[in-house]
Design a protein around this ligand. Structure first.
Ligand code: PGA
Length: 248
């Protein structure tokens, strides 16, 4: 049985003081869950979150990283830096980064390799645009993104990678994919992984759904055959709402 993994993606929200307060509120609300709980926060919040989450079941992740360990890359943060402060996860290739910050399948692949080298668990985002969905290209787009993202990884590394299927038209729009559609898309990603890395890896890899997940739809989504939890944006910003999703 695969574990359910519920990750909050705060995006560009909350300063360290707000982050600390949120964490104190969230801790008791999720302490009895068997699901994995992750908060992916802005860089500036990470140190404080790592420190204050010690002894709880909440894990901390970043939302991006550079693929080099160090160098002349003004404004960037590396995987080795994240590792050095106790961060455990990192979102890679979120559609907002692909769209606004020129992230490509190639940089996504490099970042995943660097994250794994630095013993961080990547949460790799794939997903189709509304246009691609309307043209019937969803499966083609997401399986290709998955293949390119994972290129050159060992089986073991793929098992240590989380995939988040996030249809772009569902992010922040209040429009959620139906649980059947989301489950089918995730099945096609799992089949692609099976083709390249074999059934055992495909059975083990965690694939989340993301895109307007909220307390009212979490259960329907997370109790399907292939959806292993969610990557939650807007609804992760309030601890009580996020806890309801974790405890779906
Ligand atoms: P949303 O964002 O839950 O606000 O739609 C999800 C995401 O972008 O990860």
């Amino acid at each position: 049985m695969r574990k359910k993994v519920i990750a909050g993606n705060w995006k560009m929200n909350k300063n360290p003081e707000e982050a600390k307060k949120y964490l104190e509120e969230l801790k008791p609300l999720v302490e009895n869950t068997e699901n994995e709980v992750i908060i992916c926060a802005p860089f500036i919040d990470l140190k404080c979150l790592v420190k204050n989450s010690k002894g709880s079941n909440i894990k901390i992740g970043a939302q991006n990283m550079h693929f080099e360990d160090a160098g002349a890359y003004t404004g960037e943060i590396s995987g080795s830096m994240l590792k050095s402060i106790g961060v455990e996860y990192v979102i890679i290739g979120h559609s907002e980064r692909r769209q606004y910050f020129a992230e490509t399948d190639e940089t996504v692949n490099k970042k995943i390799k660097s994250a794994l080298k630095n013993e961080l668990k990547p949460i790799v985002c794939v997903g189709e645009t509304l246009e691609q969905k309307e043209e019937g290209l969803t499966q083609e787009v997401i399986t290709k993104q998955t293949k390119l993202a994972l290129e050159g990884l060992t089986k073991e590394q793929v098992e240590n990678t989380i995939i988040a299927y996030e249809p772009i038209w569902a992010i922040g729009t209040g429009k959620t994919a139906t649980s059947d559609d989301a489950n089918n898309s995730i099945k096609s990603i799992r089949e692609e992984i099976c083709k390249i890395y074999g059934q055992n890896v495909a059975n083990r890899v965690i694939i989340q759904y993301g895109g307007s997940v909220k307390a009212s739809n979490a259960k329907e989504l997370f109790t399907t055959s292939d959806i292993d939890g969610g990557l939650v944006g807007g609804a992760s910003l309030k601890p009580d709402e996020f806890a309801k999703i974790v405890n779906y």
